[in-house]
Design a protein around this ligand. Structure first.
Ligand code: PLP
Length: 402
């Protein structure tokens, strides 16, 4: 994209992101507008965050009401909305207790602390956690150490120890660790890897992991920060495999844009933390809890799980139809409204090209076009995504310029 000179430079913001030269000013549903008045279709949802799209007519008045009552109180006091949201997450997941924080990495950090303490409580002094190639769990020192991407880790060593890495969907690799490493206390993976290129854990693999974790007395910890909260057409992606984790970090879509993170735990893990073991200043504040409660309520009321499954299915089928037989197209992966289109070559430039054509999306793992739109996406909007995106991909693969 050409640099928009009307855009202000930002000499005081740390240069940590490669940004496109636009700034968004407002949105409605799955449409957003930039400060120059150009309109975009939102295929990215703020990276799987804007569950209800933008300016949702049911969410906005609820949040306005909450802001007028109480934004933050702090965890010296009871926050009744924490129990409301925790109870709802437990009802939806079959787990028993939740801890609230504000971001995905914090939810994962809490999960890692639970796993280590679970080990210490069992008398394992140097607990180790099985993590995965291509995993992404965040950018704190511990979560970047669990992450399987050397680009995320480069420059930040020494890394946190206590991780054993295995490839995805390879049961023998985990069984080998079980045979040889008595210090393992947990298996930690994304049910569908997001940043790693939309790589789903297979259903049979998840079932086998559940069985192995039970046999070994390990915690099964499923990072559903990106794939959870209805995105795949079930509340949580692991529910497609009919299993339950012991620990489940959540964030991204839970507050529909308001920062909310949670770690939800079942009986094996829910009592590992006691008073003084963990905490956060912002976590569970009334505004973020209200955002979570209302997001889940509106999702249920408006049938957004069904919508994600149905419209996601349409989107996937249409993309496959449009790209079938095109040289350089590898496959579409994912489920519901979490889709990755793998190409045979790095395709980062599609980001700017799609933006110029009025479509927001992302490219992960160099070669995978990622679509994680709001769960309110309509069939017509899905068709618009296909109509903009597929010709761009064909042109790109043919070596032409958009
Ligand atoms: C985005 C993401 C994270 C990190 O979340 P932040 O809110 O950016 O800290 C962790 N795990 C997964 C699977 C994610 O997609």
């Amino acid at each position: 994209m050409t640099v928009d000179t009307a855009l202000p430079t930002e000499p005081h913001v740390m240069h940590t992101y490669g940004r496109l030269p636009i700034a968004l000013s407002h949105g409605r549903g799955c449409k957003v507008w930039d400060t120059q008045g150009r309109q975009y279709l939102d295929g990215l949802g703020g990276i799987a965050v804007n569950t209800l799209g933008h300016a949702h007519p049911k969410l906005v008045p609820a949040l306005q009401e909450q802001i007028g009552q109480l934004i933050h109180s702090c965890n010296y006091y009871h926050v009744p909305l924490q129990e409301t949201l925790a109870a709802k997450l437990c009802e939806l997941s079959g787990l028993t207790n939740a801890f609230f924080c504000s971001t995905g990495l914090e939810a994962n950090e809490a999960a890692l602390k639970i796993a280590r303490k679970y080990g210490h409580d069992k008398g394992i002094e140097r607990p180790e956690i099985i993590v995965y190639e291509k995993a992404f769990h965040g950018r704190s020192i511990a979560t970047l150490s669990a992450t399987g991407n050397v680009k995320v880790q480069a420059g930040f060593g020494p890394l946190v120890e206590g991780f054993v890495r295995v490839p995805m969907n390879d049961l023998a690799a985990v069984e080998e660790v079980a045979r040889t490493n008595p210090n393992v206390v947990a298996v930690f993976l994304e049910t569908i890897q997001g940043e790693g290129g939309i790589n789903p854990a297979r259903t049979d693999y998840l079932k086998s992991l559940r069985r192995l974790c039970d046999e070994q007395d390990w915690l099964l910890m499923l990072d559903e920060v990106q794939c959870g909260i209805g995105r795949t057409g079930k509340w949580f992606a692991h529910q497609w495999a009919g299993i339950q984790p012991d620990v489940m970090p959540l964030a991204k879509g839970l507050g529909s844009g308001v920062p909310v993170g949670a770690v939800v735990a079942g009986p094996k893990a829910a009592k590992v933390f006691g008073p003084g073991n963990h905490g956060t200043t912002f976590g569970g504040n009334p505004l973020s809890m209200r955002a979570g409660v209302e997001t889940l309520r509106i999702m249920e009321e408006d049938g957004l799980l069904e919508n994600a499954a149905r419209v996601g299915g349409l989107l996937r089928t249409a993309i496959e139809r449009e790209l079938e037989g095109v040289e350089g197209f590898v496959e579409v992966r994912g489920q519901g409204l979490m889709l990755g289109i793998e190409l045979d070559r790095p395709c980062g430039e599609l980001l700017g090209q799609a933006c110029e054509k009025g479509l927001l999306l992302s490219v992960t793992a160099d070669r995978v076009v990622r679509l994680v739109p709001p769960l309110i996406l309509s069939a017509e909007e899905a068709a618009q995504i296909v109509a903009i995106l597929c010709p761009l991909i064909r042109q790109f693969l043919a070596g032409g310029k958009a």
